[in-house]
Design a protein around this ligand. Structure first.
Ligand code: CP
Length: 313
């Protein structure tokens, strides 16, 4: 039984990317694979792309889909062992995960980082608890630490747009008014570590991601220098990791403009705040790949679901 919890669950990234691109040319080719199977999608946080693209992917594979906005509609879950549940939580994840496993053949979970409890976030409390107590495979639809469906879609988009044997790819931090998680940036870094590319991360001093993630990566604090001769610029805000979950920098000098982008292609996972993270002129230019990235979310989800379904048969 295969789970898709992180990029570590991919045996060969190039093979998955090629297979996803093949699915893209004939999305309904494996329509029989998901027959009589149900995908349950549990959202503890909001979504547009993940919710719709994962449903679309499941439908392409012939699956039935049921969706629950757990954060607003479900009982508040307890995760601790031996807790005296006389406070806010109404149901323990032990029962919830086993019950949902009776209704679904695969469970997709979106549960963002709290950004208040680093230890719990790093332990992937929600995702790992469901993995522990569910009796069916788990699909990570963005957890505290990672967004492997997004990174897989980004890998597909890079392959489709790359023209060089070893492109220069830059991950740039950008300002944002609210505290955002590290998951997208983390998974992008992990994905890039498996690519033959000149990969550079740029962010203000003090905004380092976890060293466990960026080990061996080039970090350049001068954004202008980092962007020199870039082929792809992936832009993402993340809140401070050291002062966990804090927004201590909103420097608009880090906003991406067309001048900074040069000839590079622009990438972002969306949703994006226009003229805060990136200027209109970039998003509205032919250099922007954001709509292609969002389209590839369907095929990233479809290849992940296909691999999981095949592991069940
Ligand atoms: N990129 C992404 O995961 O989009 P949503 O948050 O809208 O699902």
């Amino acid at each position: 039984m295969l789970h898709y919890l992180s990029l570590k669950d991919i045996d060969s990234l190039p093979n998955w990317v090629e297979e996803a691109r093949s699915l893209k040319t004939n999305p309904k080719h494996h329509k029989g694979l998901g027959k009589d199977k149900t995908l349950g999608l549990l959202f503890f946080n909001n979504s547009l792309r993940t919710r719709l693209s994962t449903q679309k992917a499941a439908m392409n594979l012939g699956m039935e889909v049921i969706v629950m906005n757990f954060g607003s509609e479900g009982w508040a879950l307890e995760y601790g062992d031996g807790t005296i549940m006389d406070q806010g939580s109404s149901e323990h994840v032990k029962e919830a995960a086993q019950v949902i496993s009776q209704y679904c053949d695969i469970i997709g979970i979106r549960a963002f980082a709290s950004l208040t409890n680093k230890e719990e976030d790093e332990a992937e409390l929600v995702l790992e608890s469901f993995k522990k107590y569910a009796t069916v495979p788990i699909l990570n639809m963005e957890s505290s630490v990672g967004h492997p469906l997004q990174a897989l879609a980004d890998a597909i988009t890079l392959v489709e747009n790359n023209t060089k044997p070893k492109p220069k790819v830059v991950l740039s931090w950008a300002p944002h008014p609210r505290a955002l998680p590290h998951a997208v940036a983390n998974s992008f870094v992990e994905m890039m570590q498996r690519q033959d590319a000149d990969f550079v991360i740029t962010h203000p001093k003090g905004y380092e991601l976890s060293e466990n993630i960026t080990k061996g990566c080039t970090i350049e604090y001068d954004q202008e220098k980092a962007l020199e001769n870039a082929d792809f610029v992936y832009v993402k805000n993340w809140s401070n990791y050291t002062n966990y979950g804090q927004v201590i920098n909103k420097d608009t000098n880090w906003t991406i403009t067309l001048k900074k982008l040069g000839q590079a292609k622009f990438m972002h996972c969306l949703p994006v705040r226009r003229n805060v993270v990136v200027a209109d002129e970039v998003l509205d230019s032919s250099q922007s790949l954001v709509i292609e990235q969002a389209n590839n979310r369907t095929y990233a989800a479809q290849i992940a679901l296909k691999k999981i379904l095949e592991s069940l048969s």
